[in-house]
Design a protein around this ligand. Sequence first.
Ligand code: IPE
Ligand code: IPE
Ligand code: MG
Length: 237
Amino acid sequence: MAAPLQTVPKHIAVIMDGNGRWARERGLPRREGHRAGAESVRECVEACEEIGVEFLTLYAFSSENWNRPQKEIDALMRLLESFLREKTPEIHERNVRLQAIGQLNRLPDSCQKQLHKAIEQTAENTGLTLILALSYGAREEIVDGVKSILRNLEEGHLDKAMITPELFGKHLYTRYYPDPDLLIRTSGEMRLSNFLLWQVSYAEFYITKKFWPDFRKEDLHAAVEEYSRRQRRYGGL
Ligand code: IPE
Ligand code: IPE
Ligand code: MG
């Protein structure tokens, strides 16, 4: 028997790409593309609420993005801080629980402060869980996971025989969340760029040519619609 068709993805992960090209097409500085991208976040959150998605992970800043010119990094960090300051009341009002994954201690202190404030304020919310991937790199996450397991072994909390894929998953930043069912990337690039390497093993991929600032509710609905027609076989028949 064929695997059943999918219904609603429980967890959607998005590589929000193309802000710079969106701005260049309009003769604007790159930061204007990043600013415009913030509106797409709201659209995505609303569409997820409409559909009944439980977890939404947004790739906002990668480990490798630290290699960009300092001017762009500064603009992105300022934007992140003002996004958190301005949008947290609305996020809270919508019953959204904000979370973050990545090497958060690399973020500027003022950003970390806003972030932890937002996480704390929304911790008890029971609606959509919105996870921001910030200073996130999947290889760094996996290495941190290995270190965490080694610490547990050394302290005698773990035995080698207990190490399984399930246990390893419990040592990743994403240990509190299910694996993504659907991975969306905007701007047409066909790569993962160090995002959730472990967790997307069996996710369905959806790539759109649209730049992130042009991504609207209907685009998320279209992605979910396509997802619902996929057959996930997990290596079986
Ligand atoms: C995505 O847009 C946002 C971040 C990576 C921070 P880009 O800044 O990568 O935009 P493009 O890909 O250069 O157009
Ligand atoms: C991936 O986009 C990272 C984020 C969207 C935050 P990049 O623009 O950094 O990826 P590459 O360089 O095109 O692979
Ligand atoms: Mg890019």
